[in-house]
Design a protein around this ligand. Structure first.
Ligand code: PMT
Length: 411
């Protein structure tokens, strides 16, 4: 299962925000404990409101210990003598809400506007974005009334995270399982991210290519895919329709992104061309091998010689070919350089007919291949150069998308 990690974007989106987790009575209620911890780790102020039935699965004390705050589970004054109307107060101060698990009962109440316990009453008073995470038995989930309620809630503007499929606690296999907390968090951030790339079709390449010498050896480079995957993920969060063509990496697949895995430059070329026509923004962060062995061997080469000569042939320059056919599309390349970053990157920008090239400094451990941070220069067609400070690859991805949107807007 792919589980997206914590990114800079998540921290920026959630730090200092008032988040309320609503927990309903379902076997998956335990996952909300981890969700609470993740949200706290990102700097959010988290409060938990729960139904009485949820308390049968996870006690309020667990949530109180982890959030450091009293849980609200009643419409009336709590044992601590606090007579404030918590569910209304919390609804008004919430920046965003997650209901996980959201039971069939809670979905029905919300769709019908019924307010008869702390969570349902709280929900009717919320004006902030709400992510509903349905979780229940498969037959219940597929029941006409639940599906009807989900449709109503979607129309009402609620964000809904589809449940995972698999074997459920009740022994039935099918949709109904609450997604892992990391996935809930990822989709929660997506709900909160402004959709300034909605309607854009973005094609991103990432990672290395591997060019076979024999079945056990290949020519490649140290690209981890982090830079390109960060771009794909950021564009998806911002509402774009994203296709990612990636060489081999060990990263977890970005959610809601069409990811095509390739090994060789020729495979990458084919996948890129297949999606080029319908894309309006193309970002090539992949480190494509410039050469591949001529006639790779089908059997493992024996090491019976002291020297071996490997004959290589040039791979097609995918980006250069795209540049010749770019039309109205925005075409962005990357250039990993150990010296004369600006000069070499600018040369590639011109040769490949790009709108923008990201010159990527290679050498320092905090930049380039496999690093989590990057040092780059944005070089534009009109010779303008921008040098952002060292940033996380997520932050660079967002900045790059900002710049691309600016280019699009300026025509
Ligand atoms: O994956 P990470 O570990 O996060 O590392 C990120 C990165 C360093 C790989 C990335 O930021 C980067 O700089 N990628 C470009 C690597 C490179 O040096 O490319 P290049 O100078 O060989 O090629 C320039 C451009 O042409 C690139 O956009 C490349 O994708 C493209 N190209 C190159 C050769 C080729 N045959 N076809 C191409 O399309």
């Amino acid at each position: 299962m792919h589980q997206p990690g914590i990114t800079q974007l998540m921290k920026t989106t959630l730090s200092g925000k008032n988040i309320v987790i609503g927990v309903c009575g379902g076997i998956a209620a335990y996952k909300s404990v981890t969700l609470l911890r993740l949200l706290k780790k990102l700097g959010a102020h988290v409060r938990v409101i729960m139904t009485l039935n949820a308390g049968a699965f996870v006690g309020p004390l667990t949530f109180e210990a982890l959030s450091g705050l009293k849980v609200c589970s009643s419409l009336f004054a709590n044992d601590d003598g606090d007579a404030s109307i918590k569910h209304i107060e919390w609804a008004q101060s919430a920046d965003a809400v997650i209901i996980a698990p959201a039971t069939a009962n809670m979905l029905a109440k919300l769709a019908a506007g019924i307010a008869d316990d702390a969570v349902s009453t709280f929900l009717l008073a919320v004006t902030a974005p709400v992510l509903l995470c349905p979780s229940m038995n498969t037959h219940m989930f597929e029941h006409r009334s639940v599906q009807r309620n989900l449709k109503i809630l979607k129309t009402d503007g609620y964000h809904i995270l589809a449940p995972d499929s698999g074997e459920l606690a009740c022994g039935v296999a099918g949709p109904g399982r609450l997604p892992e907390p990391e996935i809930i968090l990822d989709r929660f951030i997506a709900c909160l991210t402004p959709k300034d790339m909605f309607g854009r079709k973005v094609l991103v390449t990432a990672g290395p290519t591997q060019e076979a010498i024999d079945p056990v050896r290949f020519i490649s480079n140290p690209s981890s895919g982090k830079m390109g995957w960060a771009i794909a993920r950021a564009a998806e969060m911002r509402g774009a329709d994203v296709t990612l063509v990636s060489g081999p990496t060990s990263l977890s697949e970005p959610l809601n992104v069409k990811t095509i895995r390739v090994n060789t430059a020729l495979e990458m070329q084919q996948a890129v061309w297949h999606h080029f026509e319908k894309s309006d923004i193309i970002i090539k962060a992949a480190a494509v091998s410039d050469y591949r062995p001529v006639n790779p061997k089908h059997r493992k080469i024996k090491k019976d010689r002291d020297e071996m000569i490997l004959t290589l042939q040039k791979n097609p320059d995918i980006l250069k070919e795209l540049g010749k056919n770019k039309g109205e599309r925005i075409l962005v390349g990357f250039a990993a350089e150990t010296e004369e970053l600006q000069k070499n990157a600018a040369m590639k920008l011109a040769q490949k007919n790009l709108d923008l090239i990201v010159g990527n400094l290679i050498g320092p451990a905090d930049s380039g291949f496999n690093a989590d941070t990057n040092r780059v220069k944005f070089i534009y067609k009109d010779d303008t150069i921008e040098t952002p400070p060292k940033m996380s690859k997520d932050a660079i991805a967002d900045l790059l998308l900002d710049r691309i949107l600016r280019l699009k807007a300026s025509g």
